[in-house]
Structure formats: C-alpha cells, structure tokens
Design a binder for this molecule. Structure first.
Ligand code: CA
Length: 222
C-alpha cells in the first residue's frame, strides 16, 4: 500500500490512478491530519508520497514527525515538490526522505522512482535476521529480544550472528573460532565457551535456545 499525501485533488487522483494501473495499491490523503488518521487505523504503508505545500502542517513538518516516531520512522518517503528551490531546501534538511521528485513530472519517471525506493527498502528489510524472539539488525549492529535491546560486545554479536545465520545447524568450536576470530587467531576453543556463557546470561529465553552439543560445539534452535 502506498499513501499519496497531496492536497490538489487532480494530482492526487492521477497519482493513485497511475500507481493502481501499475499494480500497486494506493490511497490518497489531502493533508497530514488524514495521513496520521490512516496510519493510526490501517496497516503501515510500504511508501508515503509527501507533497510539501499542504494546508495545515506542511510536508517538512510531517516528515519530521514520521521520522521521530518509532512506528513510522522506517516507512520510506518520497517528497514531492513544486519548485526547484523547495527541492534544495528538502535536500538541505536532515529529514531522512528517501527521494525527491519535482512537479510536474512524467509518470514513467514517477513509477521508476517509486519502484527504486521500494526495492531499496525491501533490501534493507532483509538485513534483519530473526530467530524466535530474537531480531538482529545487521546494519545497525543491534540485537533485540522481544523488542528490548540487548547490549552485546562485538565478538558476542558475531558469535550470535553466526549461530542465527546457521540456525538448526551444529557449529564446531573450531568453525566458530575461525569465523569470528579469523584464521590467525591463536586462541583456545575455551574462548568460544566464554562468549557463549555471556551470551546466555545477557539473553532471556533466547539464551536457552543456544544448545551445547557435547563434544562438538553449539547450535541455536529454530
Ligand atoms: Ca500542494
């Protein structure tokens, strides 16, 4: 679902129509109020097209509000501007828009940009690794369990990532040493055990998902 926030009815309807004929689901909104109303009761959209000159809150203010929100900050936004000067202003902002398009624009270009932003955002979504209640954000090096951040050292993080990438598979201590510490690491396999122990302490129920396979190594249950 793509939301089109645009107060000029003709343009709004044209955007929605163009998106729908290209195979997207789209919904038009006339201002920020309608946008936040829709956000609060419908599933989160995949993309928001946001006009800048709007009655009430303008596009800048709306973008800022979206990016401040935990729920909506990941929704990609394409800003739609009427003038080049506005475009410069948007670009100058640290607003977090994913792309900008200047009116009037050709529908082919418009669709190409929409597709490009959606492709990028889908790719980023794949940079989340999941295993039970665990979620690893590979771009930000963040780990959450049931949504709560877990503070890990870099090596603990790498060990956990290796386990989660291979969930259900037994990894030997030597494999883990080689993968996480590198070929040159001259250490004892006990180093792995120490990191597994601290991981189990820092994680809640996900800690018990890490199984010791006696005489071999470790595995995280799926
Ligand atoms: Ca407008």
């Amino acid at each position: 679902m793509i939301y089109c926030v645009e107060d000029e009815r003709n343009i709004r309807e044209l955007l929605v129509y163009t998106l729908e004929t290209t195979g997207f689901e789209a919904k038009g909104m006339a201002d920020g109020e309608e946008l936040f109303q829709a956000l609060s009761c419908d599933p989160v959209p995949e993309l928001i097209l946001l006009d800048i000159m709007l009655p009430g809150r303008d596009g800048y203010a709306i973008l800022k509000e979206l990016k401040k929100s935990d729920l909506y900050c990941d929704i990609p936004v394409i800003m739609v501007t009427a003038k080049e000067e506005e475009l410069d202003k948007v670009k100058g902002l640290d607003g977090g828009a994913d792309d900008y398009i200047t009116k009037p624009f050709g529908m082919m270009e418009f669709i190409a940009r929409v597709k490009a932003v959606m492709r990028r955002s889908r790719k980023e979504k794949n940079e989340l690794l999941r295993c039970g209640a665990l979620e690893m954000d590979l771009k930000r090096y963040e780990v959450r369990e049931n949504g709560t951040p877990v503070e890990l050292t870099r090596k603990e993080y790498e060990v956990l990532k290796y386990l989660v990438e291979n969930q259900g598979i037994v990894l030997t201590r030597d494999q883990m040493l080689e993968h996480v510490w590198g070929y040159d690491f001259i250490g004892e396999t006990r180093t792995v055990d120490v990191h597994i122990r601290t991981l189990r302490q820092k994680l809640q129920e996900a800690g018990s998902m890490i199984e010791t396979v006696r005489g071999v190594g470790y595995r995280i249950r799926t």
